[in-house]
Design a protein around this ligand. Structure first.
Ligand SMILES: CC(C)(COP(=O)(O)OP(=O)(O)OC[C@H]1O[C@@H](n2cnc3c(N)ncnc32)[C@H](O)[C@@H]1OP(=O)(O)O)[C@@H](O)C(=O)NCCC(=O)NCCS
Length: 246
């Protein structure tokens, strides 16, 4: 991995010692040694951002993610076809509200408990190696358990070390069939804990998203005002008027 997990970035995620951590300490499953990752369940209104995220992936990543080097049109068709009623899509947003990581838990049938679920994930290159992929898998597993799913499957190219690690670390059995491998994880039934944890995680992630939304609005407003007030600029009045209009 070329990315250093410890360097700070624009992800806007909560570092240890932040007051939010005190709240999180009450919820054991959310306690992480150095990072709390707010993972949201995404609805159809996030479709455009999902498409942008996936189109950011290079050909090699697309090959790993989809099993072939999908072009932009094929990605768009995949995104347009996402069924938010049946499946579950999870995402991690940074403070600029860029979708930096996402996972798709796909169910083959509407009666979820009869079928297994399939997990697919992608993390943007500049934020890899920070545990987001593994956290999305954990989140997906917790959700699937709560939905009564018994097995989580991952189809992965045998050379995809990172994804194989995520699956194996979570306890999945991986069987290799030449260039491809399949991991399957037998899920224990849901408990009161997993149900409460999922609710709390979703609420925290939703609140975190709203805060980022407001912070972005404030940042944009201030930067428009600052632009309009740049001294000694002949176009200042025009920009002031335009900032006021916005
Ligand atoms: C696979 C992918 C999702 C991993 O995301 P990530 O956020 O970097 O993964 P994590 O940081 O959670 O790391 C998970 C494990 O893999 C290891 N790992 C990460 N990148 C690795 C690499 N390039 N080589 C070897 N191991 C790697 C990590 O060390 C960690 O293992 P550890 O906990 O035992 O140390 C990301 O590389 C990606 O988006 N790839 C393109 C799409 C894809 O392959 N999707 C999976 C198929 S559906």
């Amino acid at each position: 991995m070329t990315n250093n997990p410890k360097t700070s970035d624009d992800s806007g995620l909560t570092p240890a010692g932040h007051p939010e951590q005190k709240v999180l300490a009450l919820v054991p499953a959310l306690r992480k040694p150095d990072l709390m990752v707010p993972i949201r369940s995404l609805g159809a209104n996030h479709r455009a951002r999902i498409a942008t995220h996936l189109k950011e992936l290079n050909a090699h990543d697309r090959y790993y993610r989809f099993g072939f080097p999908a072009n932009d049109e094929q990605i768009q068709r995949y995104v347009d076809g996402l069924n938010f009623e049946r499946d579950e899509i999870f995402g991690i947003y940074n403070r600029h509200l860029t979708l930096i990581a996402m996972a798709h838990v796909a169910y083959s049938q509407l009666e979820r408990h009869k079928a297994g679920a399939e997990f697919g994930v992608s993390v943007l290159p500049h934020v890899r190696g920070r545990g987001y992929g593994a956290r999305l898998f954990e989140r997906a597993v917790m959700h699937a358990r709560n939905e009564g799913v018994r097995t989580m499957y991952v189809h992965v190219l045998s050379e995809n070390t990172a994804m194989l690690k995520i699956a194996r670390n979570a306890g999945a059995k991986v069987e290799r069939d030449g260039a491809e491998s399949e991991g399957h994880l037998v899920l224990p039934p849901a408990t009161l804990d997993t149900r409460v944890m999922e609710m709390v995680e979703e609420q925290l992630a939703h609140a975190n998203y709203q805060i980022k939304l407001q912070a972005k609005f404030i940042r944009n407003t201030f930067s428009a005002i600052a632009q309009a007030w740049r001294p000694g600029d002949p176009d200042r009045r025009a920009r002031q008027r335009s900032a006021a209009d916005n």
